[in-house]
Design a protein around this ligand. Structure first.
Ligand SMILES: Cc1cc2nc3c(=O)[nH]c(=O)nc-3n(C[C@H](O)[C@H](O)[C@H](O)COP(=O)(O)O)c2cc1C
Length: 197
C-alpha cells in the first residue's frame, strides 16, 4: 500500500511540512511505502478551462502535472498539507487540485467504472495551520480538500489543524501536535491493514 504525502506550502521545512513529515514517519513505522510530492518542485499551470478533458479524461497541458496524475492514481492514502492562505489552500495546492478536473471528467462525465463504486477506494487526510485563531479559518480549505478527495474516491477520514501558528517552525513549540501527527499517520496505516476499503 502506498501513502502519498503532498506538501502544499511554498515554505520548505515550514509548519505544515513538519507536520506532514511526522505523519509520514508514523506511516513508515507501520511498513507503508511512502511517496512525497513537494508541489513547489513542480510546474503546474492553472486549469485553462478548455474542457478537452470532458471528452477524453486527459488534460492537454504538457507540464509536470502529468507526473502527478499517476502518483495520485497509484496511492491508497493521500495526505494533503497546506497552510491557510486567504482562508483557502495555497495557490500551489489549488493549481494541482483544479487540474484534477480531468479525473473529475473520467468519474462524472465518462463514468469510468474504475472511479465508481466498484473502483479503487482510497483514504484522504488533511493537515493545515493558520496564523489566526478565527473559528472559520479552516472551513474553505476543508471543503476544497473534501471535493478533491471525492474525485479520487478517497474517503475524507480526518484532519489535523492548528490555529495561531505563524512563523517558520512555530509548530515545533507544540510537541503534542507533532505526536498527534505521528500517531495519526501510524493509525491510518494500521486501520488500512485491518480494513482496506
Ligand atoms: C499569502 C499568505 C496568506 C495567508 N493567509 C492567512 C489567512 O487567511 N488566515 C490565517 O490564519 N493565516 C494566514 N497566513 C499565515 C500562514 O497560514 C501561516 O504563516 C502558516 O504558519 C504558514 O505555514 P507553513 O510554514 O507551512 O507555510 C497567510 C500567509 C501568507 C504568506
Amino acid at each position: 500500500m502506498m501513502v502519498l504525502g503532498i506538501f502544499g506550502s511554498p515554505r520548505k521545512n515550514g509548519n505544515t511540512d513538519i507536520l506532514l513529515e511526522e505523519m509520514l514517519r508514523g506511516a513508515e513505522s507501520e511498513g507503508a511505502k511512502v511517496e512525497r510530492i513537494y508541489l513547489t518542485d513542480y510546474t503546474i499551470t492553472p486549469c485553462k478551462e478548455c474542457h478537452s478533458c470532458d471528452q477524453t479524461g486527459r488534460c492537454v497541458i504538457p507540464d509536470d502535472m502529468q507526473k502527478i496524475y499517476p502518483k495520485l492514481l497509484e496511492s491508497d492514502i493521500i495526505l494533503l498539507a497546506s497552510p491557510i492562505f486567504f482562508y483557502g489552500v495555497t495557490a500551489w495546492a489549488k493549481a494541482m487540485i483544479d487540474r484534477t478536473q480531468a479525473l473529475w471528467a473520467i468519474k462524472y462525465l465518462l463514468k469510468d467504472p474504475s472511479f465508481g463504486k466498484e473502483g479503487k477506494k482510497r483514504k484522504g487526510f488533511f493537515i493545515s495551520v493558520g496564523a489566526t485563531k478565527g473559528q472559520k479559518v479552516f472551513e474553505g480549505a476543508i471543503l476544497t480538500t473534501k471535493y478533491f478527495f471525492d474525485v479520487l474516491n478517497a474517503d475524507y477520514v480526518g484532519e489535523l489543524v492548528f490555529r495561531g501558528i505563524d512563523a517558520k517552525g512555530d509548530i515545533l513549540k507544540h510537541p503534542e501536535a507533532l505526536k498527534q501527527a505521528f500517531e495519526a499517520g501510524r493509525k491510518l496505516v494500521v486501520d488500512w491493514i485491518h480494513n482496506p476499503s
